[in-house]
Design a protein around this ligand. Structure first.
Ligand code: AMP
Length: 370
């Protein structure tokens, strides 16, 4: 899927392009249409999934397309647990909204309130706030929230852990009753469900897999290599004595079959795992790989989900995944249970954009091999 398929305003698409994003992450692909349609949303996702853009983009679109006359008023309110997250979310609004003409401001404790009050007085459309300081400024008469159309509770579980439930309830009680509500939480304990029940109206529910930071024990490298030279490179990697259990990822089922065939021709014991195989064939393939009868398993992302094989020495991205999360899932298949692992990505010219998306998501540049 491409961002251009998401029915976003060209000004937002331009900004997204300037950020270097090519494909929406799963939470973006699923949440953005719901929010654009005006629905309430419960998003179960943690940092690193791209959740900020999942709410910031449709909010910006809403505010741009439904312009109001008169002085600027706060039309979107985002509550966050910490000063750091507030700054990050506000930066995202600035970046994605750079062509929108909309303005946002941060309201957080731990710093002097003067500049924040000045910013509010100048007029803003979006406020990103920590609940404590916001309540403070409301009580001093510096903030009016009677024009809020969209409320976001970001990292709701952390806000509750930090004891913000009362401030949140008091802030929410002052908002207009008719509004859109979005809530994001990494976990869904009972108190979060209860809060969701009181705030959200028939919400859409979107949950995405945990995307952990890549395991610290996985060494990651990228090879810049032409497509037709990838097989030769793979065979060279397989000659190394430490490459004893190698999981190779292919973007397509067809590609996985073709690669396994070529490996067998080169006398490498290779199994294939993908969704078109019967359950029996899949179990057999996995078993041969786990027991070391086949040194290589060629798999697609879907087939490898949840795969738990100890001691995978190498994960090889024969194709660079077009969804950055897949990368984190893939390389999580090595370096398990305290073992060290090596993740090698074979990147041809056309895949460089995907690689940049990955580096942005993991916030880690990949070392170039060779
Ligand atoms: P978040 O989960 O919102 O904190 O985002 C995590 C990181 O992913 C941020 O550094 C974003 O800039 C980046 N990011 C968000 N959406 C995308 C995307 N569609 N493609 C690549 N990177 C993204």
């Amino acid at each position: 899927m491409l961002f251009s398929e998401l029915k976003l305003d060209p000004k937002l698409l331009a900004a997204v392009g300037q950020e270097g994003y090519t494909t929406p992450t799963p939470i973006q692909a699923r949440a953005i249409p719901e929010v654009l349609a005006g629905r309430d949303l419960m998003g179960c996702a943690q940092t690193g999934t791209g959740k900020t853009a999942a709410f910031a983009l449709p909010i910006l679109q809403h505010l741009m397309t439904r312009a109001v006359t008169g002085p600027r008023r706060i039309r979107a309110l985002v509550l966050v647990p910490t000063r750091e997250l507030a700054a990050q979310v506000n930066d995202s609004f600035s970046a994605y909204g750079r062509h929108s003409g909309l303005r946002s401001a941060v309201v957080v404790g731990g710093v002097s309130q003067g500049p924040q009050v000045t910013a509010l007085r100048a007029g803003v459309d979006i406020v990103v706030a920590a609940p404590g300081r916001l309540l403070d400024l409301m009580q001093q008469g510096h903030v009016r929230l009677d024009a809020v159309e969209i409320l976001v509770l970001d990292e709701a579980d952390r806000m509750l852990d930090m004891g913000f439930i009362q401030p949140i309830r008091r802030i929410v009680s002052t908002l207009p009753k008719v509004r859109q509500n979005l809530m994001f939480s990494a976990t869904m304990p009972n108190d979060i469900r209860a809060l969701a029940d009181t705030i959200l109206k028939t919400p859409a529910f979107v949950a995405v897999d945990r995307v952990a930071a890549p395991a610290a024990k996985v060494e990651q490298k990228v090879y810049y290599v032409e497509r037709q030279k990838k097989l030769g490179l793979l065979l060279r990697v397989l000659e190394r004595p430490d490459a004893f259990r190698v999981l190779v990822f292919s973007r397509t089922k067809h590609g996985a079959d073709k690669l396994a065939r070529k490996l067998r021709v080169a006398r490498v014991d290779a199994e294939v795992l993908h969704g078109n195989k019967s359950q029996g064939a899949r179990t057999r393939a996995l078993d041969n790989f786990k027991r070391g009868r086949a040194r290589v398993l060629v798999a697609t992302d879907v087939a490898a989900r949840g795969l738990d094989v100890d001691d995978v020495s190498h994960v090889i991205n024969f194709d660079i995944p077009n969804e950055p999360e897949s990368y984190v899932h893939r390389i999580g298949r090595t370096g398990r249970a305290g073992a060290t692992g090596l993740a090698l990505s074979f990147c041809d010219h056309d895949e460089r954009g995907f690689l940049r998306d990955i580096e942005r998501l993991t916030r880690m540049p990949l070392a170039v091999a060779g």
